[in-house]
Each structure stands twice: as C-alpha cells, then as structure tokens.
Ligand binder design. Structure first.
Ligand SMILES: [Mg+2]
Length: 309
C-alpha cells in the first residue's frame, strides 16, 4: 500500500496487509514493479464501486461488497482475454464503515483468489461514502477487443442471464432475496479462464456483460461497425427469469463473444461446467443490434444510442 498516512490510517493499512498475507505482494514501496511476459501486451482497466450509486449497504455484507467490486474490475480483464498480473485497490472508507474494513478486505481477498492473482498496491483514505476503486493489470499475447466482429461471425454467450437483473429489481423494490436469488447477485464470477479458452478457440471479439446483453452487444456492433442479429428464443435464461429480462439484466459478468467459426460448446461445458450458447450472428449493414422472437418479429432494435421495442 502506498501513501501511508499518519496514525490511524497507517494502522488500518498494516491491518489490511496482515489480513491479506501472501495475497498482498510487494507492498511497501512507492509503486509496484511487475513483469509482463515477453511478447505480451499490458492490459489495464479501472472500475469504481460507490455506496449509494452501485450498491446499498443493506443489500450486501461487507465481504460481498469487497468481492463484487473487485470481481467487476477483473471481469474487464476477462473481456480482453487477459491473464491477471495483479490488482491495486483504492479504498475510501467513512468512519461509519471502519469496523467493516476487515470484512471488505476478506471479500477483496476472495475475488483475488478466485482469479488466481494478487494485490500489488492501493490506497486508503477517509471519505463521506464508501468507495472501492480497483485497477486491474493483466497481460495477453492477442487481447480480444470489441472491434473484432465481422460479417458472418457467430455470436455466443456464456452462462445463463436474467437472475442478477431480477435480484436487483427485487432489492430496489424493497424485497428480500431468497438464497438462490442472492447467489448469482452476490457471487458473480469473472470469466477469466473461460475468456482465454475462447480466445484460443478463435473468438474474434468479446465483451463482458455489465450493462445487459442487448446494450453490450450494441457496443460490440458499433465498435466493429457491423449489424448483430440475435434470436430471442436462443438466449440462455436463468431459472425464474425470461428472455426479455435476460436481454437487459446487467452486472452478470458473463461473456458475449463473436467467432468466425463454430466453437465446440460441448468442450467448453466439459472444461468449465458452464454453458456456451449460440445466440445469433453478425451481418453486414447499419451498425446496431436486432433481436427477433420466434415469429421473427423484431423485439429490440438498437442503434444510435436509442432502444425501441
Ligand atoms: Mg466491461
């Protein structure tokens, strides 16, 4: 941890580093020094989780808050098919959260362990609301981007969608979640190994689903300058959700990818215990997303930053 302040800050940082143990590496200098394998590129991203903006205190335990914040950032490395090198975590912690700091630290440790990486630096400061800013560093020989989709490519998605949006809507409506509803919401997974497998299998573009499948595929369509067509009935849907909910459900952290050739979905399932589903194709035409239902009626058409039913 850099920027060691006096007194209480210093003690809190030492407590965090002690709690992380071997999960915190090379802490104590002014900056982290990291190796990138020769021939690979450095892939970096940063993401903030802010109390009241991205989560509410009543929804999650401190450990879940730490885990989700860091997992969301790691998911952006997955979207690039990068392998993590390390994360830097900047915590802004109000005094009302101080006793929860160890729980938050444990959640950060859980996320880092799940991605098989380490904490290489960070910062701790006082604040009026809790925020966790995670900078993730990774490496890749050939990073996947949003701009690699080409006409004729196939479109796939990992996992099943809809549960997280459903949980979020329930929480916002004041409901209490069942244990199964809580599961996907509080323990999303950054699909890092899955993404690297998919890149090796020939994926041409990728994005992680943070804004919702429809919005995120629209980002890919615009970045690649292509039309993307999705079959609503092919979308893998979480138990209790429907396809329309699956289209808009954000913070899923599954992957949507394109590939010029069919990908061996059975091999993917066998390797990761996670479905990989063909949901559409890439075509020439005005950039945007078109989703059709079974009767081939257009359900969603997005382009130029608007959605219409
Ligand atoms: Mg992303």
């Amino acid at each position: 941890m850099t920027d060691l302040g006096p007194g209480a800050e210093f003690d809190a940082i030492r407590e965090l580093v002690a709690r992380w143990g071997p999960q915190a590496r090379g802490i104590g200098d002014d900056a982290a020094v990291l190796d990138v394998p020769r021939g690979d590129q450095l892939v970096a991203s940063t993401d903030s989780a802010v109390e009241g903006r991205h989560f509410r205190r009543a929804w999650l335990t401190p450990r879940e808050i730490g885990y989700r914040a860091v997992t969301a950032a790691l998911s952006d490395l997955a979207a690039m098919a990068a392998a993590p090198i390390g994360v830097l975590v900047a915590l802004a912690v109000p005094s009302s959260w101080r006793t929860d700091l160890s729980g938050i630290a444990d959640g950060i440790g859980d996320a880092v362990a799940a991605a098989d990486t380490v904490i290489v630096g960070g910062n701790l400061s006082d604040a009026s609301e809790l925020s966790i800013t995670t900078t993730v560093l990774g490496h890749a020989r050939a990073p996947l981007t949003r701009s690699g989709a080409r006409a004729g490519d196939l479109v796939y998605v990992t996992g099943a969608l809809g549960a997280v949006g459903g949980a979020l809507a329930a929480l916002q409506g004041g409901a209490t979640l069942s244990e199964s509803q809580r599961g996907r919401f509080v323990r999303p997974q950054a699909r890092i190994r899955e993404a690297r497998w998919l890149a090796n299998a020939g994926a041409s573009a990728a994005i992680d689903i943070s804004d919702g499948l429809a919005a995120d595929l629209t980002h890919v369509a615009f970045a690649s300058g292509v039309a993307i067509e999705v079959d609503l009935t092919a979308i893998p849907v979480s138990p209790g959700a429907d396809a329309r909910a699956a289209l808009s459900s954000g913070e899923e952290y599954e992957l949507a990818i394109t590939a010029p050739r069919a990908i061996d979905a059975a091999a993917f399932v066998a390797r990761f215990g996670l479905p990989l589903t063909l949901i559409g194709r890439v075509a020439d035409g005005e950039p945007g997303l078109t989703v059709r239902d079974q009767a081939s009626r257009v359900t969603v058409r997005s382009g130029h930053d608007h959605f219409s039913a």
